[in-house]
Structure formats: C-alpha cells, structure tokens
Design a protein around this ligand. Structure first.
Ligand SMILES: Nc1ncnc2c1ncn2[C@@H]1O[C@H](COP(=O)(O)OP(=O)(O)OP(=O)(O)O)[C@@H](O)[C@H]1O
Length: 294
C-alpha cells in the first residue's frame, strides 16, 4: 500500500520562484525513500508540503490516503517529524522535555521507552542544554518517535553523531522499517542513503533528475576494478589510473570484465594482489548526475 503519493508537485515562493517543479514519487508502506540533492535543490521545499506545512501551487500530495494540508487533523497524529533542533526549553531535563512533548499526544510511548530507543536513558536527568550536539539529535529523534508514527520524516537525522551512535541510529531506523513504519529521509550523507534507502530520488534545481533503487541509479555509472599488477607483464585491459603502483580499470560490465581479467591471470599464472572490484558508489553517481544536470 502506498503511504506517500506525490504527483506533479510544484511549489512557488512569493515573487513566483519555482523551488519545486513537477515532482512525482511514491513511497510504499514500510519503505524508506531518500530525497537527495545539492544545496537549494528543493528537498526541504518538497518535504514541507508532504508534511502538510504548506499547500502545493500545483499537483497533489497524499499521506496515508489524505491531503496532509487540508486534512491535517487526520494525518498529523499518524506521522512523526524529526525537526532540525527541536527547540524545547533548554532548562528542562531530557525526561521533562520528553514528558512535556508526550503530553501533547493522544497515545504516546512511555517516556522511558522513547529514551531507551535512542540510547539516552542514562541522560534522562540531564538538562537539555547540557547535552552534546549528537545527543540532542538523538533527543530530536526520540520526540519524533513518541507518537508511534506510521510515517516518519527524517531531516539529516545523523548530523553530528559519532560513528557508533550513527550505526545505532541506522539499526533503530531499520527496525522501524521492519515494523512497517514508512520513512522519508533527506540527507547529504550519501553513504546513509545507500545503507538505508529502498529507493531514492536525486533533485537538482527543483526537479527530480534521477530516481529508483540504489542499484538502478548506480548501475548507470561505470564500476571499478583495481589491483597491483604483476611486474613486467602487459595487462589485457586499458588502465584508467595508476596510484602508488595500484591500477584502476573502469567498466560498464563488471562481471564480464572481471571474468576476462581473472581468466587471463589464471592462464598466465599471475597474481593480482589487493584485487578490489566494486560498483560505482552512490556518491560517484550523485556527483556525475549533479554535473550532468548542471
Ligand atoms: N521562503 C522562501 N522564499 C523564497 N525562496 C525560498 C524560500 N525557501 C527556500 N527558497 C529557495 O528555494 C530553493 C530550494 O530551497 P530548499 O530549502 O527547498 O532546498 P534544499 O534542497 O532543502 O537545500 P539544502 O540542502 O541546502 O537544505 C532555494 O533556491 C531557496 O533559496
């Protein structure tokens, strides 16, 4: 079932500037969809409309079957929004701030449970202003999860988190997806989108310029094989780059090229040390797409 449906969305700011132009995408229940793009591409402008904070100039948006702007009353209790810097009174303790937020919801999770999800149990009696940047980010996530949302909006959820907290947050998000929660993510961390998103769209100047699963987006870009070649033997492949003795070969058919190379190595009894073969990363595809679009 479709949880988020965006059709032909256009958003204009006063003065007529079109920040979002004819954007369409669907997010199925239990799926994570990532919106990626350069600064000013229109991600926030899109997400704000999906969150029901603004009405589209053109097009339609449905969240859980309803118009999030005109039927906000029906949609709001079923969604969770992780804001950039939640803006709670800094003198409250973590558990007071969470409790205060819970007080505005119909059937919230217990405060302890929300804090334990984001590993903040041990910080419950600390004042919000004393939290580190990464802990504050995790508190923002706890607040978004308090209302047991069916649809979760995550805007740069792991900015400022140390590597371990980032992995723990990813683990939590994966568990939520398995429970059937739908997630719309905006992030500049392409590695995060690659690790978590079922599908993604890359925006540039208000438009979607690439959309699909991570592998659909990445497969259009050349894969890479690198190794340290044996000395004094001519290679059967065209080498693109050589850095500190390691050569890199680009290919649009990874399986075929790897097969050829390994067959050659086997037939000639040579060792390709440090052999590494991989598809283009999302980051490489993103940079190429952004360059093409510009
Ligand atoms: N209130 C506003 N009035 C006029 N123009 C705006 C307004 N808010 C955003 N814009 C413009 O709309 C475009 C899209 O901005 P938006 O914030 O949606 O981009 P973004 O993809 O979220 O960028 P970032 O990655 O930097 O957060 C930008 O050119 C921005 O300057």
């Amino acid at each position: 079932m479709t949880a988020i449906e965006v059709r032909g969305l256009t958003r204009r700011y006063s003065g007529g500037f079109e920040a979002v132009r004819n954007v369409s995408f669907d997010v199925e229940r239990g799926e994570m969809f990532a919106l990626l793009g350069t600064n000013g591409a229109g991600k926030t402008s899109t997400v704000e409309v999906v969150e029901g904070l603004s009405r589209p100039a053109e097009g339609t948006v449905r969240v859980l079957g309803h118009d999030p702007f005109s039927e906000r009353r029906l949609v709001r209790p079923r969604v969770g929004v992780m804001l950039q810097e939640g803006g709670f009174p800094p003198d409250l303790t973590v558990s007071e701030a969470t409790g205060m937020w819970a007080g505005t919801l119909t059937s919230p999770r217990p405060v302890d449970e929300a804090l334990s999800l984001v590993d903040l149990t041990h910080r419950a009696s600390v004042r919000v202003k004393q939290l580190s940047g990464g802990e504050r980010r995790r508190l923002d996530l706890a607040l978004a999860l308090l209302g047991k949302p069916e649809v979760l909006f995550l805007d740069e959820p792991t900015t400022g988190l140390d590597p371990e907290s980032r992995r723990n947050t990813w683990k939590l998000i994966r568990a939520l997806l398995l429970e059937g929660v739908t997630v719309l993510l905006t992030t500049h961390y392409l590695e995060e989108a690659q690790a978590l998103a079922d599908r993604l769209a890359i925006m540039h100047r208000g438009r979607i310029v690439a959309q699909g699963t991570v592998s659909e987006v990445v497969d259009a870009y050349p894969a890479r094989i690198s190794f340290v070649p044996p000395e004094g033997v001519p290679l059967p492949v065209v080498v693109e780059a050589e850095v500190s003795g390691r050569v890199t070969v680009r290919t649009n058919n990874l399986q075929e090229s790897l097969h050829e190379l390994l067959s050659w190595a086997h037939a000639n009894g040579v060792v390709l040390s440090g052999l590494d073969a991989r598809s283009a990363s999302l980051e490489e595809a993103f940079l190429a797409i952004a360059e093409e679009a510009a």
